[in-house]
Ligand binder design. Structure first.
Ligand SMILES: CC(C)[C@H](C(=O)O)[C@@H](O)C(=O)O
Ligand code: SF4
Length: 470
């Protein structure tokens, strides 16, 4: 391949079937992942149209959004109206169409974006789509992955292709040493806080720089997960030795000679040293402190030793109105120190931060400690495999002894889709969205890393994990 190409251009060009004009291209789609909300709808719509899937082998399906995370749950258990019907249709059609189906009781079940790299369904250089905005998560293993709508899912089901407008390219370089106690979640929140939640609109974002290269895959997945909160549909870290090491021997990874051939190909995918991006941003990681959101957008974020801003200090009336609205909803006064804000609930879960490394980071804080009186603390592992691995190393005991509930895997209280919900409570949460009502009616969500959530559970208020003697 000639030089001066970015990772994105290489993978995109490899998948173009036709130039449709107007910067729109018909792309070959290598993997389609269906979940029990958008996926179930797409399959029912395909069935109603009398069409059949183009390529059953390239489609995977999982039950994650609507199923409750209640321990001891039944296979279709959900509080969502019509949810059991959707799960059942998802199951019936996935079997009928011959898709790989990860049912509620399957030991490989879990949140779609957690199981997709865990089982090597997502692989470097592949195009992977799912009817879910956080599909960009699996860009962390070097796939070109993005979220689509139900109608687009149906299009992919019928044709295994999708028309797409070609985005511009951006590279975000994270450079320098992370301060101890600062995690990938803090890196991405800091980026969104610095550039803005609209900073990535129209871009495919490559996360690069020495700090990213040193991150294990799980940290890269956390960063890419929130590319969409930066308004970038695509976020990725081109594959490297860390990626290959992570994927080797996983269930759907190529094996034997096919593995060697795949790795040889994946090694060609990194952006060329002289590749040109439409935009570049550099972040000095030494400056990043643990981050906590204070408002109702991920960009409304501050360092843990900072304060809630004063709307009167906003640069313009629009900015002032946004801050005022957020503070009214979240019920905080300007100038309130972030540390010490009392909480009701501590939530560790979601496709952002519920992998084994996240549970370990939280357990390190919780070991030998107790959740403060009156605080509800919940841990929902990102997948059933993560849950089993955590149990094998005794993490569940640490969580339980501290006073955390230990749930089955699923989306659960991240977006209260299956009616696992909170209401009118203040939550410190490892999830990715703090929008109004996101975790239940009137719920006030503060996004943070698993270590910060664990420290806050213990303190009963937003707390800096670095202040607890570890
Ligand atoms: C239900 C689904 C379509 C939705 C998404 O697209 O992201 C959900 O996963 C979310 O996080 O809000
Ligand atoms: S865990 Fe939350 S953000 Fe992730 S897919 Fe599920 S609902 Fe969406």
């Amino acid at each position: 391949m000639s030089t001066r190409h970015t990772f994105f251009e290489k993978v995109w060009d490899e998948h173009v079937i036709a130039d449709l004009g107007d910067n729109t291209f018909l792309l070959q789609i290598d993997r389609l992942f269906l979940h029990d909300m958008s996926g179930s709808n797409a399959m029912r719509s395909l069935e109603a149209s009398g069409r059949t899937p183009a390529s059953s082998k390239q489609v995977y399906a999982v039950v994650d959004h609507l199923i409750t995370s209640r321990p001891g749950r039944g296979p279709d258990e959900t509080g969502a109206r019509g949810g059991a019907d959707m799960i059942q249709a998802h199951r019936r059609l996935s079997h009928e169409y011959g898709f790989t189906f990860l049912d509620t009781t399957d030991p490989r079940q879990g949140i779609v974006h957690v199981v997709s790299p865990e089982l090597a369904i997502a692989l470097p250089g592949l195009t992977l789509v799912c009817g879910d905005s956080h599909t960009c998560t699996v860009g962390g293993i070097g796939a070109l992955a993005w979220g689509i709508g139900s109608t687009e899912c149906e299009h992919v089901l019928a044709t295994q292709t999708l028309p797409q407008v070609k985005p511009r390219t951006m590279r975000v370089n994270f450079e320098g040493e992370l301060v101890p106690g600062v995690y990938p979640k803090d890196m991405i929140l800091h980026l969104i806080g610095t550039i803005g939640a609209n900073g990535g609109i129209g871009y495919a974002v490559e996360f690069a720089g020495s700090t990213v290269r040193q991150l294990p895959i799980e940290g890269r997945l956390t960063i890419c997960n929130m590319a969409i909160e930066f308004s970038a549909k695509y976020g990725f870290v081109p594959p490297d030795e860390v990626t290959f090491e992570y994927l080797k021997d996983r269930e759907f990874a190529p094996k034997g000679e096919a593995w060697d051939q795949a790795v040889a190909y994946w090694r060609t995918l990194a952006s060329d040293p002289d590749a040109v991006f439409d935009k570049e941003v550099t972040i000095d990681c030494a400056e990043i402190r643990p981050q906590v959101t204070w408002g109702t957008s991920p960009q409304q974020v501050a360092a843990i030793d900072g304060c809630v801003p004063d709307p009167s200090e906003a640069a313009d009336p629009g900015g002032r109105a946004l801050i005022e609205r957020a503070l009214t909803y979240i019920r905080l006064e300007p100038g309130t120190p972030i540390e010490g804000i009392p909480i009701d609930v501590a939530y560790i879960g979601s496709c952002t931060n519920a992998r084994l490394s996240d549970l370990r980071a939280a357990a390190m804080v919780l070991k030998g400690r107790k959740v403060a009186p009156g605080i509800q603390a919940i841990c929902v592992p990102g997948s059933t495999q993560v849950r089993a691995a955590a149990e094998a190393e005794g993490l569940d005991q640490i969580f339980r002894e501290a006073g955390f509930e230990w749930h089955e895997s699923g989306c659960a209280m991240c977006g209260h889709m299956g009616n696992d919900r909170l209401s009118d409570l203040r939550v410190i949460s490892t999830t990715n969205r703090n929008f109004e009502g996101r975790q239940g009616p009137l719920t006030r969500t503060h996004l943070a890393s698993p270590a910060t959530v664990a420290a806050s559970a213990v303190a009963g208020c937003i707390a800096d994990a670095r202040h607890l003697a570890l």
